[in-house]
Design a protein. Structure first.
Length: 262
């Protein structure tokens, strides 16, 4: 039975972390590496390995050829597989220890584990963002991630309103958050949430402004830059960084929702 694609991809990222420059000896060293993980690669698996290596190249994680010494670039095979080396960006990718955007299944499984009650709409937008990111569709990835963050924020805004016990205050809040513009909704929430932050549990109040406001603003700004014809360039490193920030933001949002609901 063939090994699942995401498992092969996960372990190849680990392999690159351990071997930042080497050569791909698929029938030999790579088969032995996977055997050490109790995975026996069959013929279909070997094709998947080749596919993933090809994807890593197009994602900018690695380049073919060994490290080039002075005056050796013209040597035969200097820019060809099976030799490879990690790019500077690839080195950052393989050393990401928690959430790994280049391992979308692992990323999604982890966020579902960390936030069991995460909304399905958030997950669908995250799936799209991760898929676009791997294909280097950076504008689309930024927009989809922005939608995921906005959905999380809308859920928090709703939860805060639902927790209001004073009918008049609740009515004022609902009126202020009826705006279509997410920024206005957020401002209505923040002007009430910030003054009461000292009464929150420490794990929710600590760095609340940085995590809740600043990260949301970073992701939203990138989304706006990508979603409007501004002419601005969206760098891959920016989207990668935003995907790493998103779980921090989302876990805090969900923690607040949980607290408000209780």
């Amino acid at each position: 039975m063939p090994t699942e694609y995401h498992i092969i991809r996960f372990y190849l990222i680990e392999y690159l972390r351990q071997h930042p420059e080497n050569q791909f000896n698929i029938p030999g060293s790579l088969k032995g590496y996977f055997a050490g993980k109790d995975i026996t690669l069959d013929e279909q698996d070997l094709k998947t390995v080749q596919q993933v290596i090809h994807e890593f190249y197009h994602e900018g994680i690695l380049i073919p050829g060994p490290k080039i010494k002075e005056n050796t670039i013209a040597q035969s095979g200097a820019l060809k597989f099976p030799f490879y080396q990690l790019t500077e960006y690839g080195d950052k990718v393989v050393h990401a220890t928690e959430y790994q955007p280049h391992d979308p299944d692992g990323y999604l499984n982890r966020i579902k584990t960390d936030i069991p009650e995460i909304d399905g709409v958030i997950i669908r937008y995250l799936e799209e963002s991760l898929s676009c990111f791997r294909k280097n569709l950076l504008f689309a990835a930024a927009v989809m991630l922005g939608c995921a963050a906005e959905k999380a924020m809308l859920l928090l805004i709703q939860a805060f309103g639902d927790s209001r016990t004073d009918p008049e205050e609740r009515q004022r809040y609902e009126k202020e958050t009826k705006s279509f513009v997410i920024r206005r909704k957020w401002e209505a929430l923040w002007k009430r949430l910030e003054p009461s932050s000292a009464s929150l549990p420490k794990n929710l109040s600590e760095d609340l402004g940085t995590i809740l406001e600043r990260i949301f603003d970073i992701i939203r700004t990138t989304r706006n830059d990508a979603g409007h014809p501004t002419g601005r360039i969206i760098e891959k490193e920016t989207v990668h960084a935003n995907l790493l920030l998103f779980p921090i933001f989302c876990k805090r949002v969900q923690g607040l929702i949980r607290h408000l609901s209780s």
